[in-house]
Design a protein around this ligand. Sequence first.
Ligand SMILES: [Fe+2]
Ligand SMILES: [Fe+2]
Length: 145
Amino acid sequence: MLLQWSEALEVGHPIIDYDHQMLIGLVNELDRAVQMGQGAEKVAQVLDRLSQDIETHFAREEKLFEQTAYPLVEKHKQHHRDIENLVRTFQAAYEENPASIDLNKLLKFLKEWLMKHIGKLDKGYAPYVEKTEQKTDYVQRKDFA
Ligand SMILES: [Fe+2]
Ligand SMILES: [Fe+2]
C-alpha cells in the first residue's frame, strides 16, 4: 500500500511540509521499485536518495528548532540520529549484498516510521513554529509601519 499525504500531516511550515511530501514520494517510489521488480540497481539508487534526503530534512528541522522555544530539541535530535544511522546501515548492507535485506520488512518499517515521525513527533513542534512566525510577522509589520 502506498503512503498518502493529507492535510492532517501538515506542520504549517511550507518547506518542512514540502520535505515531508517528498519523503513520502520517495518511500512510495521504493515501494513501486520493489513490487514491480525494477531491480537492485534502482532500489539501491532510491535508498541512497532517501537517506540523503532524510539527512537534509533533519538538518533543516534542527535549524528551525533553534529559532523556537520547542522544549524537546535534544530528544528529537536523538531520534533523528538514530534514524539516520539505521537507514544508512540498511543502505550499506543492501549495497554490499541485496539478498541480505528483506525489502518488504524495510518498507514496512520506513512507512510506519515516516507516518509517526510526521504525524506525532513533528506535529509536536508545529505550535512553536507558528508562534515564532507570528512574532516575526509582527516585527516585520512594525518595521514597515
Ligand atoms: Fe520531519
Ligand atoms: Fe523530525
